[in-house]
Design a protein around this ligand. Structure first.
Ligand code: ASP
Length: 355
């Protein structure tokens, strides 16, 4: 039996070709995929395709589209051995992070990929990205998929999706994963580092302690609802009281991802700490995430983060802002009112933080 892969086209540059007459980029008919990439026939797997009704630029990605994508995977979960999602690169890390939380106890790979140049361009990076993503999604061992998590494949590297960020708008090497090594590297051989793959073990042990999030080690659980009442507040020298207070007073706000400096440092002025304190008193959750791409929050290391630590602020450790947002949206939706948000957030649920 050959592995069966579902290829899902959501939109983005990868699915575009140049109109031979006008020279303009347009989406190509996805049902004609094999015509444009006949090489796919050589792969040792069965490929079926589906597409968003109206493919989108990933800048238009939102919670509604996440649910459409999640539903496609969830409803066909038992019929395929792996999923490859073609997605614009701009928000690929956000979608990858969201999917990683939406699917608990994943037993199959979900690989997101895209490209910097359209598939119809002579110098395209799309073909390699697509072909290798499909190969990785169909890697088997004793009839079991080897990869059981949500990944991003781009320019010869496979990453854990919730560890990635888009860092270059031009280079083929568009993504980085500064706090977790690539899960696989494509060279002459496809080298998967099995030690680095998500096994779910830590997740289960941690969650067992952190009841009552439902726990079922064998069955995949799909949780598609995300709470959008969150905001990212990025600190910068000169940020005003008015800006911080206005954000903390947004009607119905439930969570703030506070992008701090370095190892989690922030201004020490009274109005700033007071504004955060009042927000916490209103039950708004605040997570301290560093603006640095690499490294971790370590509250209390410097004088400038002692006050935040004293407030009992949640540490994002080395999580990316993209993953922190998705995790917050997920926890705000599914964590029971009485649950300890800090405890849940500071636990690695899908390998998104090193703790
Ligand atoms: N703007 C495009 C998108 O994210 C860029 C890309 O596909 O890489 O949909």
């Amino acid at each position: 039996m050959k592995p069966k892969i579902l290829l899902i086209y959501t939109g983005g540059t990868i699915g575009m070709i140049k109109d031979p007459e006008t020279g303009a980029l347009r989406s190509f008919d996805f049902t004609q995929l094999l015509f444009h990439i006949p090489e796919l026939k050589q792969l040792d797997c069965q490929i079926e395709t589906t597409s968003f009704e109206e493919p989108i630029d990933s800048s238009d990605m939102d919670l509604g589209y996440w649910k459409i994508l999640g539903d496609i995977i969830n409803t066909s979960y038992d019929d395929y051995h792996g999923f490859v999602v073609l997605h614009g690169s701009d928000t690929m890390s956000h979608t990858g992070s969201a999917l990683s939380f939406m699917f608990e106890n994943l037993t199959k790979p979900i690989v997101l990929t895209g490209s910097q140049l359209p598939i119809g361009d002579l110098r395209t990076d799309a073909k390699e990205n697509l072909i290798t993503s499909i190969q990785l999604a169909s890697e088997w061992d004793n009839n079991e998929p080897i990869i059981r998590e949500v990944c991003v494949y781009f320019e010869y590297q496979l990453y854990r999706a919730n560890r990635t960020a888009k860092m270059n708008a031009e280079h083929f090497e568009a993504f980085s994963s500064p706090n977790y090594p690539p899960l696989a590297i494509s060279g002459v051989h496809l080298n998967i580092d099995r030690q680095l793959l998500w096994q779910g073990g830590f997740d289960r042990v941690s969650l067992a302690k952190l009841k009552p999030l439902e726990l079922s080690p064998l069955k995949m659980i799909y949780r598609p609802d995300m709470d959008a009442r969150v905001v990212v507040l990025k600190l910068f020298p000169g940020i005003t009281e008015q800006v911080v207070k206005s954000i903390c007073h947004i009607d119905g706000l439930r969570g703030i991802i506070l992008e701090t400096y370095g190892s989690g440092n922030a201004p020490t002025c009274k109005w700033f700490i007071e504004a955060l304190k009042n927000a916490l008193l209103k039950n708004i959750r605040i997570v301290n995430v560093t603006q640095c791409r690499g490294g971790s929050v370590d509250m209390g290391k410097y004088e400038t983060s002692v006050a935040l630590k004293k407030l009992g602020m949640v540490s994002g450790y080395d999580i990316t802002t993209e993953a922190a947002l998705a995790k917050m949206m997920y926890l705000l939706s599914y964590m029971p009112e009485t649950g300890d948000f800090k405890k849940y957030f500071e636990t690695s649920l899908r390998g998104e933080i090193s703790v």
